[in-house]
Design a protein around this ligand. Structure first.
Ligand SMILES: Cc1ncc(COP(=O)(O)O)c(C=O)c1O
Length: 407
């Protein structure tokens, strides 16, 4: 019965053009990868899909630090942090991150996690207790939404980046504890949350501001410390979640907040307590990654991303002028996430398939990841792309536009 039941659901997913497929890469994360297609054939592809924005995943210092970490720490941590899995490598990583954010969050303490998904579940479920109300941007990442679903708190969504609507919701709330929750950079849109306004509202309504800066970390700010550095924010009301599997080029995540909040997470957050600590070798390598992010290499790569972003934006704007009957629209983004909104699911998948045929891998993103009718290509740039790579993408889009523009 279960198998028939699931087949019917799979058929319904396929009928809506929402079937997702896995493809295995045969080479490391980089702008050019060899990827095995659904037909089992390996092809060289130019990738515009990874969140490795600084191109650090393939940096030789990271590979060397991982190898050194494996020599020093060998394999798994063996247990959760509170049992025996916590190591000096994790502790150094946490101390370094707490130091990074001390100018932004007074009394900062950091806690490391295996993934950003777990960090978000931990923060939202632990702080969102029955006395709390969560105010969540409608475009927040799935892990924040899932955290809110699991939390005991009341949950209210506010329209995307709409500080006026948030203000009205906060004013109407009688909850003792109020948590404003927002992505720092929105993962499928690339826009930056209006954090200064959100923080002003937090002050006015005695609320706390949880910022998931998965896509701002490493990318925004002079030293790559993300949205807090970008806006020069400073407040003990900030609870920052950062991920280390994107611009940091490895994996893992962290929370930085007032030391008492972090102490409470350590005591009470189930996604922290009931899971094995990450590999100490990874924590060791992350220290090398943080050096790269904040140093000259990071600065150069952030500058390079700006050049690539504008090159792409100018090229797409010119293309859309040449094809006025296309309904495509480039989202207004100042980050390496440059979504090209196509609209319908079948349309975006046809476009992605055409690009794929030309050796260009750009993922089509469909509901429920984005709202219905807003399916898009999520073009993600890395500092290790060249402008010639962006030109190749633009010419792939141009030839697709010629085929797909309505008569
Ligand atoms: C905004 C945002 N938050 C959290 C996560 C989860 O982070 P992780 O991949 O480390 O689980 C992601 C993506 O994966 C994300 O895009």
């Amino acid at each position: 019965m279960l198998l028939e039941h699931l087949q019917a659901k799979l058929d319904a997913i396929a009928a809506r053009h929402l079937t997702r497929t896995l493809r295995a890469a045969e080479t490391p994360t980089a702008p050019r990868q060899t990827v095995r297609g659904a037909d089992g054939v390996a092809r060289r592809q130019l990738m515009f899909c990874s969140n490795d924005y600084l191109g650090l995943a393939a940096h030789p210092d990271i590979a060397a630090a991982l190898a050194e970490g494996a020599q020093r720490w060998a394999g798994g941590s063996g247990a959760s942090h509170l049992i025996s899995g916590h190591t000096l490598a994790h502790e150094r990583l946490e101390e370094t991150l707490a130091g990074w954010y001390a100018p932004h969050v007074p009394h900062a303490r950091a806690l490391s996690f295996s993934t950003g998904y777990m960090a978000n579940l931990a923060v939202i479920t632990a702080l969102g207790d029955a006395e709390a109300e969560i105010f969540s941007d409608e475009l927040n990442h799935a892990s924040l939404i899932d955290g809110a679903r699991l939390a005991r708190a009341a949950v209210r969504c506010y329209p995307h980046a709409d500080a006026a609507a948030l203000r009205a919701a906060l004013a109407a709330s009688t909850a003792r504890i109020k948590l404003i929750v927002s992505d720092g950079v929105f993962s499928m849109d690339g826009d930056i949350a209006p954090l200064p306004e959100l923080l002003t509202l937090a002050d006015e309504f005695d609320a706390w501001l949880v910022v998931d800066d998965a896509h701002g970390f490493g990318v925004l700010g002079e030293q790559g410390r993300g949205a807090l550095e970008h806006f020069g924010l400073h407040s003990e009301r900030i609870v920052l979640v950062g991920t280390l599997g994107k611009a940091a080029g490895l994996c893992g995540a962290f929370v930085v907040a007032h030391a008492r909040i972090v102490e409470y997470l350590l005591q009470a957050a189930r996604p922290y307590i009931f899971t094995t600590a990450s590999l100490p070798a990874v924590a060791h390598a992350l220290l090398a990654s943080l050096d790269l992010v904040q140093g000259e290499a990071g600065r150069e790569r952030r500058a390079r991303l700006q050049v690539l972003q504008w090159h792409l934006r100018d090229g797409v704007a010119a293309l859309l002028e040449r094809h006025p009957r296309l309904t495509w629209r480039l989202a207004d983004s100042r980050t390496p996430i440059q979504p090209l909104i196509v609209g319908d699911n079948a349309g975006v998948m046809a476009l992605a398939a055409r690009l794929d045929g030309a050796g260009l891998r750009v993922p089509g993103i469909r509901p429920p990841t984005v709202p219905p009718g807003q399916a898009r290509l999520r073009i993600a740039l890395c500092a290790t792309h060249g402008t010639a790579d962006v030109d190749r993408l633009l010419s792939g889009l141009e030839s697709a536009a010629r085929h797909l523009e309505p008569a």
